[in-house]
Design a protein around this ligand. Structure first.
Ligand SMILES: C[S@@+](CC[C@H](N)C(=O)[O-])C[C@H]1O[C@@H](n2cnc3c(N)ncnc32)[C@H](O)[C@@H]1O
Length: 273
């Protein structure tokens, strides 16, 4: 499926409280009228779906390659923070090809279950291919993070890895996660973030804005997904902003774990029991 990159799909002239990445290096437009907001939201969703449709079969390889394998180490850290005992029911939102979901499924063991949801059919297709006899407690399905198809108080934990920065209306996704969590349930969100260590920043910028798109262009024959990636990282709310949004959405006990010079961060929170 082609990736279309135009002003509307890239989110220029967007509405809503949240900044949106554009293709020119992160300009942030102002607020528009409410009807436009819906059209813009739909446009951004289509843009994101096209991005992931275009890289679904390559994303596992490219993510490990570009992160030197750190992506999986960060996911494991998220799993260890959840301190799973076995038997839990977990929802993995923006599950993609299911890399986090499979790690979680191992920890909740046979008595527990993991449901992975995503709004990209192509990414879900890749996840489904990995299902086998050894994964009886994991299933995948289509659901938009902003409108989850689950009853309230359904899950012991809700997780998101590398998905939240693709959702401009962060608060609506967080409110949904809060709604479907059981009282006392845990929310864990792993996201790529700009480095906190200033010394690595110049190298990081060259790597993200020049090297990755260059390699992607050769491998995928399009640089669009990897032009979008660093801009979406830049566009993601700061750690303090995201913490505040979590609290505004009802979460308590928020803690923030920076990893690898701050280039990845885990946000952990609870729904009060
Ligand atoms: C970078 S992938 C991450 C996949 C996986 N969690 C991982 O750790 O590899 C981001 C995923 O978020 C999904 N996504 C983005 N916005 C979404 C939304 N509003 N609802 C559901 N899924 C969404 C995309 O389709 C994509 O599969």
């Amino acid at each position: 499926m082609p990736v279309v990159m135009n002003d509307r799909l890239a989110g220029r002239g967007n509405a809503g409280g949240r900044r949106t990445p554009d293709d020119s290096g992160g300009g942030w437009p102002g607020r528009d009228s409410a009807p436009l907001e819906t059209a813009e939201q739909r446009g951004r969703d289509i843009f994101i779906q096209e991005i992931f449709a275009s890289i679904a079969s390559d994303i596992d390889f490219l993510s490990s390659f570009f992160s030197f394998g750190l992506d999986q180490r960060w996911r494991r850290r998220l799993v260890s923070l959840l301190d799973l005992k076995g038997g839990e029911r977990i929802l993995d939102v923006c599950t993609g090809t299911g890399k986090l979901a499979f790690l979680l499924a191992r920890k909740v063991r046979k008595g527990g279950s993991v449901r992975g949801v995503d709004f990209s059919r192509e990414m879900l297709g890749e996840a489904q291919k990995k299902l086998g006899a050894r994964s009886p407690n994991i299933s995948f399905g289509f659901s938009d993070a902003k409108a989850l198809d689950f009853a309230e108080n359904s899950f012991d934990a809700v997780t998101v890895s590398f998905g939240m920065r693709n959702i401009p209306d962060t608060a609506s996704a967080l409110r949904q996660a809060f709604r479907v969590l059981k009282p006392g349930g845990r929310f864990c969100c792993l996201e790529l973030t700009p480095p906190t260590d200033r010394r690595v920043k110049p190298l990081y910028e060259v790597y993200c804005f020049r090297v990755m798109p260059f390699i992607a262009m050769r491998v995928l024959k399009t640089a669009v997904p990897y032009n979008y990636l660093p801009r979406s990282i830049r566009a993601f709310p700061s750690r303090d902003e995201f913490r505040r949004t979590l609290e505004d959405c009802g979460f308590t006990g928020v803690s923030v774990h920076s990893m690898t010079f701050g280039i990845a961060t885990i946000f952990e929170a609870r729904k009060a029991g």
